[in-house]
Design a protein around this ligand. Structure first.
Ligand code: CLF
Ligand code: SF4
Length: 528
């Protein structure tokens, strides 16, 4: 790994956690007035067709979770038909229902299979780039087999171009593999947080198994065995599997490296390591006992330590169990049952295919722009070979730098060096621009969220946030508006390296950043 983003090791982080609060507080102290300026106004998820067999590429190329490239262009939706769960995780509380504050285990509207099918057809007619239907909770898809498979069966007939996907904690998986294959469900996510039942006992207080509740290490042992068996069976049947792991600092952080090894051995296609979300107000055991989630640097350290093992997914948004839209946006409010009743639903397969062909062309153009920009950077100045930086990007989708700083609710984070432009995560933030004016009190939290970045690429930015970012050491860049993200980031990086080489700028490492808790997500198993 290269120098400036060669983040400290996991144990270093344990020894002396770098607090981001100091940065955030200092940014707060230097607030900028009242109404801001023009702020008013490797193979795996990043792999392409050359990295995998054609039949696999065909399965992932328009699946926004299985392909990082695809996630800029194609959408997914979830239908919340699976309320029950057969285990308890210490990070889950499914009692809440608050559509303003989506968080693990929250869902707005539970559906019957008939309602779910109606909703899928409605979304498919409005959002032709929606290519994947997932069942991801709000409980466990396979703890509700009838509802899950009734929905899938009907959709296979009525929406044949939509890929089917489900996520599960794995307890009931081995017994369901035949049924999964019968319904042509090509993508299955299993949440695996441990391969050591002693660690599992700290995460799962109980499971419901063989008509009784089982606790402790015995429960975790059964869960572990079922997860491994289920994964092996799916691999043997050619189903693409993704493993989700929730990173719980002090409990399974370093252990996830072993999880990565074990799932790779058993044929997992992707490994998605996600931060624990554990605010006290969520009412989860971890939330109430003060178990914290990881910082951005801690999450990246574990993900980086897994490089070379099972391929990593880093673009997960920990979606709600009723999410609709591109990853990172949530259009579920547009498709409530009462609104669907008023809609003129026309499922036009040809129209969908034609639209998706255009989207695919855009995806391909983005891919080519990235390859060509990489060549240019590699051919550039020889100075500072080892420089590697993170940049934040404001985007509304299509793989473009096409969002104003003040309109961003998340920033996408890319790691840029001479040899790569790699999506490594996203950071959720509060809107800076509200009601047409910049909200200066939001700036410290935005700076805290991207504090590990050297630059932020936006389509436009006002004078006030610009000054604030520069004071925090983050370069605001609007020179690449409406260009493809990787091309823009690599072009900025080439310029940055030249400035470093000429002595205009001194390259400095950045600090840690804060992962915002409690945003629009659903249960970690409820999610894939
Ligand atoms: Fe849904 Fe999951 Fe299928 Fe995707 S989500 S069931 S694989 S269609 Fe995707 Fe959402 Fe992350 Fe899941 S971003 S939480 S990985
Ligand atoms: Fe069940 Fe998922 Fe909640 Fe865990 S996170 S208790 S598996 S619904």
């Amino acid at each position: 790994m290269s120098s400036s983003t060669a983040f400290v090791s996991i144990s270093d982080l344990r020894k002396g956690r770098q607090a981001v609060s100091a940065v955030i507080e200092s940014a707060a102290a230097s607030g900028c007035g009242t109404s801001g300026g023009s702020g008013k106004a490797s193979c795996g998820s990043s792999g392409g067709p050359d990295d995998m067999p054609a039949d696999i590429w065909d399965k992932v190329k328009n699946h926004p979770c299985y392909s990082e490239e695809a996630h800029h262009h194609f959408a997914r939706m979830h239908v919340a038909v699976a309320p029950a769960c057969n285990i308890q995780c210490n990070y889950c509380n499914r009692k809440y229902d608050c559509s303003n504050e989506s968080r693990p285990g929250v869902v707005s509207q539970k559906l019957t299979p008939d309602q779910a099918v109606k909703k899928v057809l409605a979304v498919a007619s409005e959002i032709p780039q929606m290519t994947v239907l997932g069942i991801a909770g709000p409980g466990d898809a396979l703890a509700n087999p009838k509802k899950t498979f009734d929905t899938m069966r009907e959709l296979t007939e009525r929406a044949p171009d939509i890929k089917l996907c489900l996520s599960t904690n794995g307890l009931a998986l081995p017994e369901m593999v035949d049924e999964i294959c019968k319904h042509n469900i090509d993508h299955v996510t299993i949440t695996i947080n441990m391969v050591d039942p002693e660690i599992g006992a700290k995460i799962y207080p109980w499971i419901f198994w063989d008509h009784r509740r089982i606790t402790g290490v015995e429960a975790a042992t059964i869960l572990h065995q079922q997860q491994m068996k289920g994964l092996e069976m799916l691999t043997a049947r050619g189903v693409l599997t993704k493993i989700n792991s929730v990173l719980i600092p002090g409990i399974n952080d370093e252990h996830l490296i072993e999880v990565n090894r074990e799932v790779k051995k058993r044929g997992a296609f992707l490994h998605n390591i996600m931060p624990l979300i554990s605010e006290a107000e969520h009412g989860t055991v971890f939330g109430l006992t003060g178990q914290r989630g990881p910082s951005a640097q801690e999450l990246k350290a574990v993900q980086d330590a897994c490089m070379g093992g099972a391929n990593l997914m880093r673009h997960c948004r920990q979606c709600r169990a009723d999410a609709v839209g591109l990853l990172g946006e949530d259009r579920s409010d547009e498709f409530t049952l009462d609104k669907i009743e008023q809609m003129d639903v026309v499922y036009d397969l040809d129209k969908r295919r034609a639209y998706q062909a255009q989207v695919e062309a855009q995806r391909q153009a983005q891919h080519e722009a990235k390859q060509s920009a990489l060549k240019d950077v590699a051919a550039g100045t020889e100075a500072d070979e080892d420089i590697s930086v993170l940049v934040a990007v404001a985007t509304e989708g299509q793989g473009l730098v096409n969002q104003h700083f003040g309109h961003a609710t998340e920033f996408q984070i890319y790691e840029i060096s001479r040899s790569q432009a790699l999506f490594v995560g996203h950071r959720r933030v509060d809107l800076y621009c509200q009601g047409g004016y910049g909200e200066d009190e939001q700036l410290p939290s935005i700076v805290g969220a991207i504090n590990d970045c050297h630059a932020v690429l936006v389509s436009k930015i006002g004078a006030c946030p610009r000054d604030e970012l520069m004071a925090a050491g983050i370069e605001p860049v609007d020179a690449y508006a409406h260009e493809f993200i990787e091309k823009a980031a690599l072009s900025w990086f080439a310029d940055y390296r030249q400035r470093v080489a000429s002595g205009l700028v001194t390259h400095q490492p950045r600090g840690d950043a804060r992962i915002r808790q409690g945003a629009f997500t659903s249960a970690p198993e409820a999610v894939a």
